[in-house]
Each structure stands twice: as C-alpha cells, then as structure tokens.
Design a protein around this ligand. Structure first.
Ligand code: AMP
Length: 294
C-alpha cells in the first residue's frame, strides 16, 4: 500500500483510499487518537470550528474535501458550488490539520458502483421533502468516508441539523465505531450562519439574510413564553416573507431527535427553516428552550 508524497503548500494530501489508510495506519501504530472532519470545501470559520473541536479531542485530524455529486439534485448548484482547493489547503495548514483527503469522483464512485445507504424516516421530513435523494447521497458518501478513514471521532455541524441526526442514526444502525461529535453553529456577528453558499448572496440579499436567524430566535422566545408551537411556527413563516425572503420551503418546530412534529412538552424541540433569497437557499435551526411540563 502506497503512502502519499503529495503536498499542497505544507499540507500532506491523500487522493486515494489506499493513501488515506496508509497515513491512518501509521498514526494508529503510534497509538494516536484520530479525528475526521468531512467537508465539501470552500472552507470558512464554521469548518474551522469543527477542526478546532476535533483537535481538542484527537492527536491527529484529517479533513476531507469532496463535492459529492450524488447529494445534489439535477437543478441544484453542483456545477457552480464554490471550489478553492489551494485556498482551503492554506486554511487547513494554518489550523494544524494533519492531512487533507481530496478524492476525485472516480475514486469515490468507481465504475460499477451500485450500493446506496437509505437514510430511513429521518430523511423524509423538512429538507427531505424539498431535496429528493439528497440525504441518500449524504448518507452514502458519509458512510463511505467513515469506513475509509476509520477515525475514532468525526465532527459534524449543527448547522445541518437534519444531516447530523441522520448521520448519528446511520452510524448506530450500521455499527460504525466512529463517534459522531456535534459542533454548534458558527455565525457572523449579525447572526447569519456561516455557509459556503453565502458567497452567492448579492449585497441586498446579504442584508436580508440575518433575519432568518432573528426570526428563528423570535419563534424560540414565543414558544418559551407559552405560544403553542404550531402558532409560533406560522408566525415565523409569515415573518420571513415580510423580511424579504422570496420563498419559504419550511419553518417547522420538530422533536429534536425524531424530527417529527413536536408533541409532548417534555421532549426536546428544535425549530428549523429553509428559505430562498433569489437563487440561494439558506437553512438554519435553533434549539427550543426546555419547556415547563406543569
Ligand atoms: P459542508 O462543507 O457545507 O458540507 O459542511 C461540512 C461540515 O461543516 C458539516 O458538518 C456542516 O454541518 C459543517 N458546517 C457548515 N457550516 C457550519 C457553521 N456555520 N457552523 C458549524 N458547522 C458548520
């Protein structure tokens, strides 16, 4: 099995599963704890927070960059998704990442590739209704990355909350030993969740964008003040349109674990939304405060 000699700047790069496993095996032999941070690149401070959290719990951290074609719908932004491998590598080197794993599509999906991971009922609501096939693509590629790297820990952002819940479920169900670590959402000063897709926003859209987080926070406050979740969610949906979002896919209050509509007061809740500014689709979510059961 071949190791990797390639570097971008100072950062070692693995392009193949064999190279990745060679690097990981060496760390294992040295008894080191290993973490993986899967990404699609165009790295920002949100990704770097995952890396920092990974560094805090592991001796070695690798970051994968793979813009996974199978999780984009035919009319989605796969071809225009931002790509900047050299810039990303510089950021990773600056954040003391030990290895960049950057496979190409042929390495991930060689000729004859046929198996997919179905994400189960967690993939049905919310984004699942608006992005058919998206979570099967995510579940499949993340399963592959986890099995390729066999890290002790893998970090995922709460920014993509439904994705995080699905990955936890898949890892449990398929006996993948890697521990899944959630990382809180990193935001701009005005509250906008960092996202590679924020780069698409025009100045006017960028001005409106923080109202997504502000509205979710106001929905959380309303529920805490005793407004029924359904009513608070309906108010939030109208508020987003008033704020200038052109279209709302959903704003829902869900059980934080099952993602089903929130039923009992003693269950943890989460408010999640997806809304459009021009051609850009933004998602965000916040935890509900624990509610009194009396
Ligand atoms: P992506 O490159 O968008 O696929 O994201 C890679 C990982 O970074 C996922 O686990 C995301 O949830 C996470 N992530 C993206 N944006 C943020 C953010 N603003 N804060 C925290 N994690 C994030």
């Amino acid at each position: 099995m071949q190791g990797t000699d390639e570097k971008i700047g100072t950062l070692p790069v693995a392009r193949t599963v064999a190279q990745l496993r060679h690097a990981v095996a060496e760390w294992r032999r040295a008894g080191e704890v290993i973490a993986l941070v899967p990404t699609m690149g165009a790295l920002h401070r949100g990704h770097l927070a995952l890396l920092a959290q990974a560094k805090g719990v592991a001796d070695r951290v690798m970051t994968s960059i793979f813009v996974n074609p199978t999780q984009f719908g035919p009319n989605e932004d796969f071809s225009r998704y931002p790509r900047d491998l050299a810039g990303d590598a510089a950021k990773l080197a600056g954040a003391s990442c030990d290895l960049l794993y950057a496979p190409d599509a042929a390495e991930m999906y060689p000729a004859g590739f046929a198996t997919t991971v179905s994400a189960g009922p967690l993939a049905d609501p919310l984004d699942g209704r608006f992005r058919p096939g998206h979570f099967a693509g995510v579940a499949t590629v993340v399963t592959k990355l986890l099995l390729q790297a066999r890290a002790d820990i893998a970090c995922f952002g709460e920014k993509d909350y439904q994705q995080l819940q699905i990955i936890r479920r898949v890892a449990r169900d398929l006996d993948i030993e890697t521990r899944i670590e959630p990382v809180p959402t990193v935001r701009e000063e005005d509250g906008l969740a960092l996202s590679s897709r924020n780069a698409y926003l025009s100045p006017e859209e960028r001005r409106i964008a923080p109202s997504l987080q502000r509205t979710l926070a106001a929905v959380v406050e309303r529920v805490a003040a005793g407004v029924p979740p359904q009513e608070a969610a309906a108010w939030g949906a109208e508020e987003l349109l008033r704020a200038g979002f052109v279209k709302l896919d959903y704003l829902e209050i869900c059980d934080a674990e099952t993602l089903l509509p929130l039923a009992a007061k003693d269950r943890p809740g989460r408010v999640l939304a997806a809304a459009w500014l021009g051609k850009t689709r933004l998602i965000d979510n916040l935890a509900l405060a624990p509610r009194s059961t009396v």
